[in-house]
Design a protein around this ligand. Structure first.
Ligand code: ADP
Ligand code: ASP
Ligand code: MG
Length: 422
């Protein structure tokens, strides 16, 4: 049986028609290798940012449904163009959006999870010898409503398709040459990793390394899909392989450093210190589909018998979170105010090598102290330590941590895409 390879090309890779022609060549090369090819594409260049800006110009709080209707159009443009480009080079290609295939998601707007992918149409077209081009980032509910998977979600579309089709591999083509020890835009001498484990990549992605959508790594791990991250522009470099930990050897305590500038911190002051309060508070947020990241509850003050609960959420969920908390205040008996801090960043170090190696946390805190960086919150997992710091300190913190854990390379990384300037 022929092997199936799923390829995914991000916004920079399909930013204009010349680049789309180039992508068509890469796709055809894979087909010429004797493989069946399914290609997932993102919207061209910064299209999604522009669409979002237009929505925000018209409404401070656009409805989730209409936002998804709008944002999903970006990918509709690039699939048709890429299919045409492949056809123009003499190969049979067909494009499909998520509705046509049946990329089924839960009924949630702006960050829906894929629950099922129908493969009949895909298999039929592959058997007919066609190259299939699929719109990333979008899905459809059982009721036929359009959803999107969250910013950067085309990676997840690609891995989920690879899992559903039992593909040999999922190749993520992007504007850097692989996964680096940190964002090469922050540290140009970041080192490219030849391979990284699912677990480390998952922590890095959740910590803000937006080279991969976190859920794509989660899906790859769950279904054991080998992933490769590589450059669309330099095909001689095979990039970074992401795979199970049993195949890895661990040399350094820290594999990578990441910063997440997309969160906000909320402090609920003077919360009654009694059972059930935290449960009610976070259940309310969960019911509103708000994901909470770092959480700290302070010691109870003896006189008032109250404590403070601080946590972080995505800035996009901030208004919704504050509204939910305000509506809950009286019921919970909260007497203090709800404070919001948008000027924060989460800086994290990640590495399977930190297990059983004492001193990693102290090195991180000492390094931040030497930089005069104040730590507002700390959270840890087995293979990650995160510190919440002032946004203005984030870049300096990442650079210092990258250096102290000896992650630098001799070469300067090449980054193709420009940052959105909207
Ligand atoms: P695409 O449009 O192809 O999906 P993205 O912009 O989503 O591309 O992801 C690629 C970008 O991720 C790079 O340009 C880089 O700035 C950023 N990035 C952040 N952390 C890392 C990392 N650890 N390794 C590589 N790139 C990273
Ligand atoms: N176009 C979407 C975005 O910009 C999805 C993606 O690129 O993965 O977030
Ligand atoms: Mg991306």
């Amino acid at each position: 049986m022929r092997k199936i390879i799923v390829q995914k090309f991000g916004g920079t890779s399909v930013a204009d028609t010349e680049k789309i022609k180039n992508v068509a060549k890469t796709v055809i090369m894979e087909k010429e290798n004797g493989n069946d090819v399914v290609v997932v594409v993102s919207a061209m260049g910064h299209t999604t940012d522009y669409l979002l800006k237009m929505a925000n110009d018209l409404s401070p709080n656009p409805s989730g449904r209409e936002l998804d209707m709008l944002l999903s159009t970006g990918e509709g443009v690039s699939i048709a163009l890429l299919a045409m480009a492949i056809q123009a080079q003499g190969y049979d290609a067909v494009s499909f959006n998520a509705m046509q295939i049946g990329i089924m998601t839960e009924n949630v707007h702006s960050k829906a999870r894929i629950v099922d992918i129908k493969t009949d149409k895909l298999r039929k077209n592959l058997n007919d010898g066609k190259i299939i081009v699929v719109a990333g980032f979008q899905g459809v509910t059982e009721d036929g409503e359009i959803t999107t998977l969250g910013r950067g979600g085309s990676d997840t579309s690609a891995v989920a398709l690879a899992a559903a089709l039992n593909a040999e591999r999922c190749d993520i083509y992007t504007d850097v040459e692989g996964v680096y020890t940190t964002d090469p835009r922050i540290v140009p001498k970041a080192s490219r990793l030849d391979k990284i484990s699912y677990d480390e990549m998952l922590e890095l992605a959740y910590a803000g390394a937006n080279v991969l959508h976190p859920r794509s790594v989660e899906t790859a791990k769950q279904f054991n899909v080998p992933m490769r991250v590589r450059s669309s522009f330099k095909l001689d470099n095979l990039g970074t392989l992401i795979l199970g930990v049993e195949k890895m050897e661990i040399y350094k305590p820290v594999a990578g450093v990441a910063a997440d500038l997309s969160q906000a911190r909320i402090v609920v002051c003077d919360v009654p210190d009694k059972p059930g309060v935290a449960a009610k508070l976070f259940t309310k947020l969960a019911n509103e589909n708000i994901s909470v990241d770092m959480i700290i509850q302070s010691y109870a003050r003896k006189v008032s018998n109250t404590n403070d609960i601080a946590f972080t959420v995505d800035r996009a969920d901030l208004t919704k979170t504050v509204e939910a908390l305000e509506s809950l205040k009286a019921d919970l008996g909260v007497t203090g105010e709800i404070q919001v801090d948008e000027g924060i960043a989460k800086v994290s170090i990640v590495g399977a090598g930190m297990i059983d190696r004492p001193g990693v946390a102290s090195t991180m805190f000492t390094t931040l102290a030497q930089q005069g960086v104040n730590i507002k919150m700390i959270s840890t997992s087995e293979i990650k330590i995160s510190c919440l710091v002032d946004k203005a300190d984030a870049q300096r913190a990442v650079q210092a941590l990258h250096s102290v854990f000896e992650l630098e390379s001799d070469e300067v990384a090449e980054v193709k895409g420009d940052l959105p300037n909207i």
